[in-house]
Design a protein around this ligand. Sequence first.
Ligand SMILES: [Zn+2]
Length: 380
Amino acid sequence: MSFSNLLNEVTYRDQRPSPANTNTTTHTDTRSQISRARSYASTAATSVSISGDISSQLHGGYSHPLARAWQAERQLTKSMLIYPLFITDNPDEEEAIPSLPGQKRWGVNKLIPLLQPLIAKGLKSVILFGVPLDPNAKDALGTAADDPKGPVIAAIRILRKAFPRLFISADVCLCEYTSHGHCGILHDDGTLNNQLSVDRISDVAMAYAEAGAHCVAPSDMNDGRIRAIKLKLIEGGLAHRVVLMSYAAKFSGCLYGPFRDAAGSQPSFGDRRCYQLPPGGRGLARRAIHRDIGEGADIIMVKPATQFLDIISDAKEIGKDLPIAAYHVSGEYAMIHAAAKAGVFDLKTMAFEATEGILRAGASIVVSYFTPEFLDWLET
Ligand SMILES: [Zn+2]
């Protein structure tokens, strides 16, 4: 519609009998008609009434890159990232893990040269997983888990001394150390003995805390282990300076394959479905989150992450007064690498999209194998 046609239409409209329009046309009226015609022309294009709803006009709010960043409730920062490290009992080990591109198993003698440049770039936190390679290291009780000369305790001591400001978390489980590969001590029938498992897991957590870990993170999923660890931390005089991060909502599934390659923690029989959560079990996850907060968890973790964004959101809703962590697990990382390699998308773009989705769902801490890359990417 041309401007002159619009003007005619507005003039015609205004000339129709109306209680508010009884005077004859004047010079001033003509000017106001032109002005209204312009308004009409500018709003007609978007079908928005000037006196009505203008909520359709969103683009101005995010046209600038900084304004786009402001749209996120949480923006990814280096302090949100925890870098997972696999520590072996061979002090000089530096062995690539084929199913986890770019990741390696490290001996304790390799940790300082590995981490020095990352800390210089802003790395704040790591989580340690022990990987005993010695064939005699494993037994039914996971005795090597808290061996004072074992890889995790040795690594905690070395890192505390070398990097006083680095925040050190220790994953607490038995599956890397048990001959059967399960996350606790077993009954004769192969099921988990909950009481013995909780006693043992809480002892291991205490050993890591006493060695200097800032955070102990039980991933075993035995019922009642958060309470048991918290009580031992209190009795041991460590509860005031050790964070207890619970893998409260850890789901079973196929996304842990590369991790089990890396940690050598594949069960020798059966699987972990009787203690890790069933993927459809949203209500069960909510109950586990409620329980672990009640038992004294300081941080709630959801694992895996991108397939369980609703659970991260639930954790944030249930645990609104505590930080929520998400573990972007080995399979998620490997999938992004594989798809990028196949030309499906750009690696960096997808790493950001996946991680920002995790933050949007409610997490403010992300355990990520992309951490070294993010330290570079977040600089630019
Ligand atoms: Zn385990």
